[in-house]
Design a protein around this ligand. Sequence first.
Ligand SMILES: O=c1[nH]c(=O)c2nc[nH]c2[nH]1
Ligand SMILES: [Zn+2]
Length: 451
Amino acid sequence: MTFFPPATLYRARIMHTPADPFGDASALQTQEDAGLLVQGGVIRASGPFDGMRAGFPVADVVDLRGGNGVLLPGFVDTHVHYPQVRIIGGLGLPLLEWLDRVALPEEARLADTGYARSVAREFLSGLAQAGTTTALVFGSHFAGAMDVFFQEARRSGLRTVAGQVVSDRLLRPELHTTPDLAYAGGKALIERWHGVGRSLYAVTPRFSLSASEGLLDACAALTREFPDVRFTSHLNENPREIQSVRELFPQARDYLDTYDRAGLLSRRAVLAHNVHPTERELGVMAAHRCAAAHCPCSNSALGSGLFPLRRHLTAGVPVALGTDVGAGTGFSLLKEGLQAAFMQGLLGPEGVNLTPAHLLYLATRAGAEALDLGDLTGDFRVGHQFDAVLLRPLSGSALETVLTHAPDPERALAALFSLGTSADVAQVWVGGDVVHERSATDVRSAPYPHG
Ligand SMILES: O=c1[nH]c(=O)c2nc[nH]c2[nH]1
Ligand SMILES: [Zn+2]
């Protein structure tokens, strides 16, 4: 006997970018009254609701259109630090001072596995509440903290690509490992967690400033042995960091070359920041199809600089968005999209004029592609997982007003990026499972509570 899981027909106003708006001006697809047929967590069919209802009369219908609801693909965060959720908002310091005074003391606390578990729960609920359904997560330096992270990630239902962070110099002694330990610990974690539930593993040296050549070689040994794990690290974030890396690796051509010489670059590599790249580095990234995770709020908070998006696009380097919590200022990819648009504007003629379609693409499909998960998630195409976020503005909010009066879908999408926050995230699904639902008590309903 064949078992068919029950089908659900979601009725919604949808917006998604199955194509790349940097190359295709009509990439944004919107439907005011769409039907998405979901069975076993997968989108099996889609189209105008009336036709879908007639074609699939047995499906349960869930109507998401009320209260100006808009259904978007779940957001993809391509750079976010799990141990840093409690230190969001440490403003006013450049990268190396911020690491020393704010980030690393907190990261040392994750040696305590009980502490790490609480942090993991706070972190994962921050992602889900923001509508993020997939994240490339910079982990902890402690293997025990990674085990609890993967356990909690499994409970959360989110898609996570994460790994133990490794360093062997210049941080603080309790965060240091050795190449042998990094290899053995990484291998054990890969064997325990890679491909378990919705989790994948990412080999994660912190950055070349805190990694010897031997440590990068140990990381590369893992990516050779397990070719489908991802690789992630930091690159070209801050001029002082770049100068130090140059001095630490006199044999390397540039910062990127420290990773390339070890054999770490590939289609499955994501490098965070790249605010100050050389043309050579952009060419090498493009040749490997390795992606840049652009983190505009973090770049602003740490004063790292204005991301050269046009140069990345011209060189053919894939770019997606990351929040970089906790240097970044929160979990919302809507805020990152808005900040990216602001910063491109500040670049004047060197910037890229980012439309709402670009922002949606950068926050969804581009991230899925960067993580080599483009066949699974990132938009509402048939065959993809039902990973989705329902944005429904708080009643009485400015977002509700603007959505009510928006003359076209592009303006509505622009309003979501301009005014939307985690408070507007009403429901989130991963693979058809609800992973977050705004509770009734979270909704401030009366716009004028005192009459
Ligand atoms: O923004 C950043 N956050 C970090 O935690 C970090 N570590 C190295 N380089 C870094 N950059
Ligand atoms: Zn980072």
